[in-house]
Design a protein around this ligand. Structure first.
Ligand SMILES: Cc1cc2nc3c(=O)[nH]c(=O)nc-3n(C[C@H](O)[C@H](O)[C@H](O)COP(=O)(O)OP(=O)(O)OC[C@H]3O[C@@H](n4cnc5c(N)ncnc54)[C@H](O)[C@@H]3O)c2cc1C
Length: 476
């Protein structure tokens, strides 16, 4: 059977995208150069919108059962924490879950839906014409498909082949991380401060993240030694906690780049292939998951033939500004972390950090930043409610007592038209239509996209014509 979409890269973005495509009935193959899943975890966090995304598909419990929730999160490691508990979501917390586990769960999900994942398969070239895309692999295979999505990370071969520029700045500083078993976790927690972050991991391990002023100009490509790590710990924290036998040591940098376009005809990019930045506030994986959620249904609609022209281009229009916002906020955070480490800026930037700590104590300010970092405030509608994220509203349906919240009606990945009175004028093969007994909304009727954003809201009497208009011009 021929493949309709090739996804390059089985990281979190590629795996979720492939699952979304398969859910919508698209034949998809993932090509991944690594023969095995990697045991190390760069990312440790799933923020509120990412958990909601999993809830939209009925799989949030899989992630929640393996992770640990923390109520507050940080911006630039400022002392005043971002308060996620006040966000308008059922999931007002960050989930600590190692990237390796997130990928394991996403891979299981993709396989359940019939996605073919080919490991040990490196893509070396991609070319396209008006009819199709052809992907070449290091083993000499060539695979043809209607579309290719590069989810192949920051050094994306797919992005390069499409001629999409990766605009931004090179690395100017680096940090180091090390995962160790420690004998005194309480002492470690107490020692966290500027320049050192200590995060408990599964299995009695602790991740130390260090910004050492003496070592922060070392290029991230240079390997980290245990000796270097210990010395930096001593210099930054005054003790090395007896760390030995690292499970993983790594250096990471602040190169910051954004793809000039997310689509070039039949080639698209998502996740780190579209945006890279310093891992401040743990946003990269989360942003990639939300790229995948935005793109999956649009690409599926394009292939299945129910999405009118314009829908697929709205992926770039909606997600590129989010990528730009994340790259900007991580650059701000990097400055707030780097400058206090430099003698000439220490005093004024500490004063700035104190001012920001104070400002974050103002609820509205805290809420604004929490909404941004958590992904909950992501809104594709500018000033209009269209494009805004729809919360998981309470709902009741006649004869369906098992349904009590809206996201349950989006598990199948289809757009949903929900109204509180009247019946659909016509059935549509790609749209779920229900009449609710109650709906926790000021609007009588809502048309909701598969990614949980609003396509239309209004009175019941206008629902049928709104659906017709949206299908004719959903990108608008
Ligand atoms: C130190 C550190 C800490 C971080 N912490 C967090 C955090 O707490 N929270 C967070 O949200 N983010 C965090 N991030 C960022 C996060 O790890 C990335 O944003 C995330 O992995 C991106 O996922 P992806 O699927 O887009 O790309 P990747 O995870 O990079 O996956 C790309 C995949 O493509 C494959 N591939 C590449 N080239 C080819 C090819 N030519 N052919 C076939 N396959 C190919 C790769 O092998 C890989 O499996 C952190 C990053 C770092 C460095």
């Amino acid at each position: 059977m021929s493949v309709e979409v090739i996804v390059v890269g089985a990281g979190p973005t590629g795996l979720l995208l492939a699952a979304e495509l398969a859910l919508a009935g698209v034949r998809v193959r993932v090509l991944e150069r690594h023969p095995e899943r990697r045991p190390e975890s760069r990312a440790l966090t799933m923020h509120p919108r990412s958990i909601e995304v999993m809830d939209l598909r009925g799989i949030a419990d899989r992630f929640l059962s393996l992770g640990r929730t923390v109520r507050g999160w940080h911006f630039a490691v400022l002392d005043t924490r971002l308060d996620f508990t006040r966000l308008p979501t059922r999931h007002g917390y960050t989930l600590f879950l190692a990237q390796a586990r997130t990928e394991e769960l996403l891979e299981a999900r993709a396989r359940e839906l019939g996605v073919e994942i080919v490991r040990g398969c490196e893509v070396t070239a991609v070319r396209q014409d008006g009819e199709a895309v052809v992907v070449e692999t290091a083993t000499g295979q060539s695979v043809r498909a209607a579309y290719v999505v590069g989810c192949d990370g920051g050094r994306s071969v797919v992005r390069e082949a499409a001629g999409i520029a990766f605009e931004g700045t090179d690395e100017t500083l680096s940090g180091i991380l090390g995962d160790f078993a420690v004998t005194d976790p309480d002492a470690v927690q107490a020692a966290g401060g500027h320049g050192l972050l200590a995060v408990p991991l599964d299995g009695g391990l602790t991740r130390f993240v260090l910004m050492d002023p003496e070592r922060m100009r070392v290029p991230s490509a240079e390997p980290v030694t245990l000796e270097e790590f210990r010395k930096s710990m001593m210099d930054v924290a005054g003790r090395d906690f007896g760390v030995a036998e690292p499970r993983w040591l790594s250096r990471f940098g602040n190169a910051t780049r954004l793809a000039a376009r997310y689509r070039q005809d039949r080639i698209l990019v998502a996740g780190d292939a579209a945006h890279i930045h310093f891992p401040a506030s743990g946003q990269g994986l989360n942003t990639g998951l939300q790229d995948a959620m935005n793109l999956g249904w649009k690409l599926a609609a394009q292939i299945t033939g129910w999405g009118p022209a314009g829908l697929l281009d709205s992926y770039d229009a909606e997600r590129r500004p989010v990528g730009a916002s994340v790259t900007a906020n991580t650059e701000v955070q990097t400055l707030l972390l780097e400058l206090p480490l430099l003698a000439q800026y220490r005093r004024p930037v500490q004063a700035l950090r104190e001012m920001l700590n104070d400002l974050l104590g103002i609820e509205a300010v805290n809420h604004r930043l929490a909404g941004m970092v958590s992904g909950i405030a992501t809104d594709y509608g500018d000033d209009s409610p269209i494009g805004s994220r729809v919360p998981d509203l309470a709902v009741t349906l006649p004869g369906r007592p098992e349904v009590d919240h809206l996201y349950q009606l989006l598990h199948d990945g289809r757009p949903l038209l929900i109204r509180t009175a009247g019946e659909p004028a016509t059935a549509h093969p790609h749209i779920t239509q229900v009449t609710a007994t109650t709906l926790e909304s000021e609007s009588e009727a809502l048309l909701i996209r598969p990614d949980g954003h609003l396509a239309w809201s209004g009175p019941n009497t206008a629902a049928d014509s709104a659906l017709r208009a949206w299908l004719e011009s959903p990108a608008a």
